[in-house]
Design a protein around this ligand. Structure first.
Ligand SMILES: C[S@@+](CC[C@H](N)C(=O)[O-])C[C@H]1O[C@@H](n2cnc3c(N)ncnc32)[C@H](O)[C@@H]1O
Length: 241
């Protein structure tokens, strides 16, 4: 269980939820630029693969489809991608154009507290970097909805949870999995210019980041430099009804 405290995050990252909501709504392309190089540890989906293949799966808070596209790669039968942001869903739909797997995905607008799915409709309900213990990003109501749409014996999987929610998930009966990294994980950008822009826009208070970027000259930022846990963990729980 990682130990980053919220103070170190405050110093480095835009943490106000309004800022992020506005980014998702008004500048989805900018958000896409940030997360394009923010790859999940491959072990996450390799571990989930047996539960995904030929199954119906929900990606709640799907955004522009980071986890949805992984699910399709791991041969799900049907994938429901749900998110409140039309801009991000639009990006996902653009990524699906001319892909043969596009017919396996249903993209809909919706929120954790009111998922547009029938009871017991999926074997796996997952959320990646989206579900938190806070009511506006899930919370008790959101968890009840994830349970409602998941078949008995199915799983809820919360990928890359916030460290401050670990206790909440453990108290709600989830198990924790974290993969050991062979080398530190970085966010990879396409150019140094894009890296500097994203650093300035999304991490304006992290002055050290600028100096180290200018010195290294490399289009990448390590998660540790951002004061963030890398995306190498998840919580999971089997649903019994
Ligand atoms: C950090 S992004 C992650 C997106 C995507 N899962 C990924 O891994 O790239 C958080 C996502 O949660 C979505 N979100 C925020 N509030 C939500 C809610 N109440 N219900 C469902 N999704 C929500 C946002 O629109 C955004 O797409």
């Amino acid at each position: 269980v990682n130990t980053l405290n919220s103070k170190s995050l405050e110093k480095t990252r835009r943490s106000d939820s309004l800022f992020w909501e506005q980014t998702y709504q008004k500048t989805p392309d900018l958000y896409e630029e940030l997360i394009r190089g923010e790859k999940l540890a491959p072990e996450i989906f390799q571990t989930l693969a047996p539960y995904l293949k030929n199954e119906s799966v929900l990606d709640a808070g799907a955004g522009s489809g980071r986890a949805s596209l992984e699910c399709l790669r791991f041969e799900v039968k049907k994938l429901y991608a749900v998110d409140p942001s039309p801009g991000l869903l639009n990006l996902l739909e653009r990524k699906l154009i001319r892909k043969s797997v596009a017919k396996q995905i249903v993209v809909s607008q919706g929120c954790f507290d009111r998922l547009p799915l029938k009871d017991n409709s999926v074997s796996v309900s997952l959320a990646c970097s989206a579900f938190t213990s806070e009511p506006r990003q899930g919370g008790e109501q959101g968890l009840a909805e994830l349970k409602r749409v998941t078949k008995p014996g199915g799983r809820i999987v919360i990928i890359w949870p916030r460290s401050k929610d670990h206790e909440w998930f453990l108290n709600h009966g989830f198990c924790y999995v974290k993969f050991t990294l062979k080398k530190p994980m970085n966010i990879q950008f396409r150019s140094l210019q894009e890296t500097l822009f994203c650093a300035q826009y999304f991490y304006p208070k992290n002055e050290n980041l600028f100096y180290s970027l200018q010195n290294s000259g490399k289009p990448e930022i390590s998660f540790s430099a951002l004061g963030l846990n890398p995306p190498n963990d998840f919580f999971w729980k089997v649903i019994e009804k």
